[in-house]
Design a protein around this ligand. Structure first.
Ligand code: SAH
Ligand code: SF4
Length: 368
């Protein structure tokens, strides 16, 4: 005791059980402790009457339940998107987005403060790398969104009048979908991200289904191969943006290190090993990567791969002058992909008025 506190949210359920057992307390108490935190949303040991006082005292001296406070909350004009600026203890700020559309609730969470990958069209890339997030800093973003939903009560689902909306038993929208598409490159912070994913998947914890967790990567090949080899059935999305090495390297600087041909090879390996389809993201920039030639090139590149392409019309950022493709260009692109047997969607543009769209998160920097 006496040293710096460890963070509760960095630890898995098994680790908490082992820790409590190492202090000679029954695992039953550890299980209750875990459920206080992850099921009941309690964030103070003092508010856990069913945990023995002696154990609570020990916990106070060893573990921290502190969560990064909200420095700013913004709500989009259409009411579908909420963005939270969270202040990390040592200064950096990160953003987490709650999206309520397409009939479901999704949390878009960050894996790093800033990003080292330097994509010029992305606000996070424009700000540079600040630091990796810890597993707990990733997990608590999801807990924060869960708490917001609990507090909101039955909300849009026209349920009975709110009696005790903070009770875990109150009817409320439950968070079921998490996308690692906020600030940062998740596969550049592999260990922390996967530990957080395992905590989020815990059936006695946040219980987010692995299939409802989507990780988006710029194309960090060693991370994709590792993910393919490990038994962690989350969804993978790869940000492609171009179908030739030269065009991709012009948009995504790290393509020089992880070339397109090898990237696609890693993607094929992933699909084969995991027996799961893969998603590709394609930010549509007018006149740049939205031409029929490009669409045909993607079709050829991904031939035979069990894949879906998500097209994202470019969102504005302060440091990039490109223009988003219009509806017609996006539709034409989709039709060509369909001709190659490739399903695709065009991502809805939401939250742009509060700079909460894809690629717009910059830790509180002002919107363009
Ligand atoms: N670092 C990861 C995940 C975060 S970005 C990655 O790059 O995949 C989530 C998605 O938003 C990525 O597909 C990214 O290419 C895209 N994106 C970045 N900037 C964008 C912008 N200005 N407009 C639209 N999409 C953007
Ligand atoms: Fe980083 Fe992704 Fe933005 Fe590229 S698009 S700078 S990898 S967050």
């Amino acid at each position: 005791m006496g040293g710096p506190l460890r963070h509760f949210y960095d630890l898995t359920r098994d680790e908490i059980i082992a820790l409590v057992a190492s202090w000679d307390f029954s695992p039953v108490h550890a299980v209750r402790l875990w459920s206080y935190v992850y099921h009941d949303g309690v964030d103070r040991f003092a508010a856990m009457p069913e945990v023995p006082a002696r154990l609570r005292a020990r916990l106070e001296g060893e573990l921290s339940l502190a969560r990064p406070p909200v420095a700013l909350e913004t709500l989009s004009a259409d009411g579908f998107t909420r963005k939270y600026l969270l202040a990390l203890a040592d200064g950096p700020r990160i953003e987490t987005v709650l999206m309520r559309y397409t009939g479901r609730v999704t949390a878009c969470i960050s894996s790093q403060a800033g990003c080292a990958m330097g994509c010029g069209f992305c606000a996070t890339g424009q700000m540079g790398f600040v630091r990796h997030l810890t597993p707990g800093e990733i997990v608590t973003q999801v807990l924060h969104i869960g708490r917001v939903l609990r507090r909101a009560g039955p909300a849009a689902a026209a349920g009975p009048a709110r009696v005790d909306s903070d009770s875990p038993h109150a009817r409320h929208e439950r968070l079921r979908n998490v996308v690692l598409m906020g600030m940062g490159e998740p596969l550049h912070n592999y260990e922390a991200v996967m530990r957080a994913v395992d905590i989020l998947r815990d059936q006695n914890g946040p219980a987010i289904g692995a299939k409802r967790i989507t990780l988006s990567t710029v194309g960090v090949i060693p991370g994709i191969v590792r993910l393919a080899d490990e038994a962690r059935p989350i969804q993978l999305a790869v940000s492609l943006h171009a179908a030739t090495q030269a065009e991709r390297a012009a948009l995504v600087p790290v393509a020089a290190r992880w070339p397109l041909a090898e990237l696609i090879k890693a993607c094929r390996y992933y699909v084969e090993k995991q027996q799961r389809r893969i998603f590709f993201e394609w930010t549509l920039i007018a006149g740049r990567n939205d031409t029929p030639e490009q669409a045909h090139a993607v079709g050829r590149l991904l031939r035979g791969l069990q894949a879906q392409v998500n097209l994202i019309p470019l969102n504005p950022t302060a440091g990039y002058g490109g223009v988003p493709s219009d509806r017609d260009a996006a539709r034409r692109f989709q039709e060509i992909l369909a001709g190659h047997g490739l399903p695709s969607t065009v991502r809805q543009r939401r939250g742009l008025d509060i700079a909460a769209g894809c690629g717009q998160l910059a830790g509180g920097a002002r919107p363009p």
